[in-house]
Design a protein around this ligand. Structure first.
Ligand code: LEU
Length: 382
């Protein structure tokens, strides 16, 4: 039965509930993440975070008695696939809302479809500038680079006393480019000199040419706006050139993949994040233990943000009276979300309205503080 049919049947039956008969409807939620390809390490952790939260919520009876059903699709970390998957979820599967996609690069391609069809799209890992300027149906609980990187840069000055840095970034990805812009402004603002700026393209594996140029300028640290796989290879090759400089990274660094490839070469890397494995709060401890029990490995920031995001949506949905009209229910969820406040695995969270741009209404960003982690012995610690 389709979502609409089910909710129609459900509301009809719920209408009899005075007579003691009530049948719950399923709440279909789309999950569009990179489950294969270079971004899969992030995407699978994200999917696991949603699954853990949805299973917990369902075990407690769902939302007002309605069960959450995740409709999971692999967008492969590619723009075109994100568009295809969004269309399938929104128009064919008729989901109430969509979580995803994994990369900002894909979000810029796919989010307009959700906004045009008045369906909430909720990013849990998109950190580039401008994501929520795509329209009032775009939400994210991922803290944007603009809020995190100035904090990370300040911490690098404090930790290593850096005065001059080299910068390296991917120039064909929306997130790595956006991170570069933010780093550049933060360095200017904090009066840190840039000795050299180098770029690479998605999928590059050899960074020796750029690193040799950087080496000649003898920076105190290397600022890197990169996704994890490239970041890890850059670190490895930096060490093989005999360079000992610490790295300062953005959100892309926050993956176990960094250590799988770069190992101890990544020691002393600084990275800002709203989440830390060391956060002793009960909500985080429970999340980490439950995640490990279910999936047999430790969670990362992306799993934590997805987990919290599902609870944020559940909180909004608990205030919504599902009508059975998909259009109305999508709007009701959109209207209920902004007021949600949550204290979960990533700590205290609230939404912040994005400023309108070019006469277009904005969506909602994350209002959350970042903490700076340092890599030691194959993991990030505080
Ligand atoms: N923050 C990145 C982006 O916005 C993705 C993350 C999975 C590293 O594209």
């Amino acid at each position: 039965m389709s979502y609409q049919m089910k909710t129609l049947v459900a509301s009809a039956l719920l209408a009899w509930s005075a007579a003691g008969v009530a049948v719950a409807a399923d709440i279909k939620i789309g999950v569009a993440e990179a489950l294969t390809g270079p971004a899969a390490k992030y995407g699978v952790a994200i999917k696991n975070g949603f699954t853990l939260a949805a299973d917990e919520l369902n075990a407690k009876g769902g939302i007002n008695g309605n069960k959450i059903v995740l409709v999971v699709e692999d967008e492969q970390g590619k723009k075109e696939e994100a568009i295809n998957v969004f269309k399938k979820l929104i128009f064919q599967d008729k989901v109430l809302m969509v979580f995803g996609p994994t990369l900002s690069n894909s979000a810029f391609a796919a989010d307009p479809i959700a906004n045009a069809s008045k369906t909430v799209v909720f990013g849990t890992s998109n950190t580039a500038d401008g994501i929520t300027n795509m329209g009032p149906f775009t939400f994210r609980n991922s803290v944007m680079e603009a809020d995190v990187l100035p904090v990370t840069t300040r911490a690098a000055v404090k930790q290593f006393g850096i005065k001059k840095v080299a910068v390296l970034y991917g120039n064909d990805d929306a997130f790595t480019k956006s991170g570069y812009d933010v780093f550049k402004a933060a360095l200017e603002q904090q009066k840190i000199a840039v000795t050299d700026t180098e770029t690479y393209a998605k999928g590059d594996v050899d960074f020796k040419a750029q690193l040799t140029k950087i080496k000649a300028t003898n920076p105190d640290a290397i600022i890197c706006s990169c996704l994890a796989e490239e970041a890890a290879n850059i670190i490895l090759q930096t060490r093989s050139l005999g360079m000992k400089q610490p790295f300062v990274g953005g959100n892309g660094f926050n993956s176990p993949k960094l250590f799988e490839i770069a190992k101890d070469g990544a020691d002393n890397t600084l990275m800002g994040s709203p989440w830390s494995a060391e956060n002793p709060a009960a909500a985080n401890k429970k999340f980490m233990a439950d995640y490990k029990a279910k999936f047999g490995g430790d969670p990362d920031q992306f799993a934590a943000q997805a987990f919290d995001a599902m609870y944020i949506v559940a909180e909004a949905l608990s205030k919504v009276k599902l009508s059975g009209s998909l259009e109305k229910d999508r709007l009701a969820l959109r209207d209920a979300l902004p007021a949600v406040k949550f204290d979960g695995a990533t700590g205290k969270f609230a939404f912040r309205r994005a400023a309108p741009q070019g006469g277009k209404e904005g969506g909602y960003d994350a209002q959350q503080d970042a903490i700076v982690n340092i890599a030691k012995g194959g993991k990030f610690i505080l």
